[in-house]
Design a protein around this ligand. Structure first.
Ligand code: NAI
Length: 273
């Protein structure tokens, strides 16, 4: 159901790979709420993806951009404004990738060239995106920028590997850039810390099935789905959250504030018997 929360607003959505992607669900919800946008992803992802279907469904154009390339980002921001007919109101950064995770390298045995690639894609790309928007003065006043993160930035989940460090970096960039974007342009910047979600990036983490089942049992409201994340993002893009900024916001069914749940305790006690 739509509430027209984003009527007249224009944006850029990064990171829709397939219909499981959090960015895909977000694009669908933003469209339902009356927002218009361009879709973008890395050129290589578009060759294997099905982004055209989403573009057709939402009446959007696609502009390929590697989010680690300033040249690509400059082209994206210029073209997005041409296509949408003005400055940008909302941006979703929904990008994450660790080469160490992909290639099964343990946290204590990192290949540092891969580590650098991972933080460039997963964290510094957020800075590069915002710096490009900032320098080009491409954001409208009271615009909203959202990045997606995971609680491994605060607490250890051993198999999350160097993505934990990348997420800590991402969250810090959101705070730091949020200050400057707020001061200069009245633009807000937040990260949403999302429950484990069955997507391509999520399922790349070793032991993901255990991860998601544990979180489900720990969270009083159960895991937040990709659709829940899309809904939350819509509120952050809307004018209802104008002075929420520089925050890391948990969309996790209560997981982050739960020490232990009865269900998890029961399973543990059964194990001991
Ligand atoms: P996904 O695999 O559908 O999306 C990741 C996207 O990053 C893909 O579209 C991929 O093409 C894009 N990407 C990778 N390298 C890129 C580059 N150089 N330039 C531009 N785009 C690039 O997976 P998902 O889960 O929807 O991921 C979205 C965000 O949500 C990520 O930041 C992820 O870390 C975060 N997140 C995911 C959780 C999960 O359990 N799935 C939990 C918490 C956060």
């Amino acid at each position: 159901m739509g509430y027209n929360l984003l009527k007249g607003k224009k944006g850029i959505i990064f990171g829709a790979l397939d219909e499981n992607s959090i960015a895909w669900k977000t694009a669908e919800r933003v469209h339902e709420e009356g927002g218009t946008f361009v879709l973008t992803n890395a050129p290589i992802a578009m060759r294997m993806g099905t982004l055209n279907n989403l573009a057709e469904k939402t009446g959007s154009e696609i502009i390929p951009a590697d989010a680690t390339s300033i040249e690509d980002l400059e082209n994206l921001v210029d073209k997005a404004q041409e296509i949408l007919g003005g400055k940008i109101d909302f941006v979703l950064h929904s990008i994450g990738m660790s080469v160490n995770v992909r290639k099964g390298r343990h946290y204590t045995d990192q290949n540092y060239a891969w580590t650098e690639k991972g933080w460039d894609v997963s964290a510094v790309s957020f800075h590069k995106t915002m710096q490009t928007l900032y320098k080009k003065d491409a954001m409208n006043e009271w615009g909203s920028i959202v990045g997606l993160t995971y609680m491994a930035a605060q607490r250890v989940f051993p198999d999350y590997n160097d993505m934990a460090d990348n997420k800590a970096f991402l969250e810090s960039i959101a705070r730091s850039f949020g200050y400057h974007f707020g001061k200069e342009k009245n633009v807000r910047v937040n990260t949403i810390s999302q429950s484990p979600t069955p997507t391509t990036a999520g399922q790349g983490v070793k032991g993901f099935d255990g991860f998601i089942a544990f979180a489900e049992k720990m969270s009083p409201l159960g895991n937040a789905t990709a659709d829940d994340c899309a809904n939350y993002t819509v509120t952050l893009f809307s004018d209802l959250t104008k002075r929420v900024t520089m925050q890391n916001l948990y969309n996790d069914g209560g997981f982050s504030n739960t020490g232990v749940s009865n269900e998890v305790m029961d399973a543990f006690v059964r194990d001991q018997e």
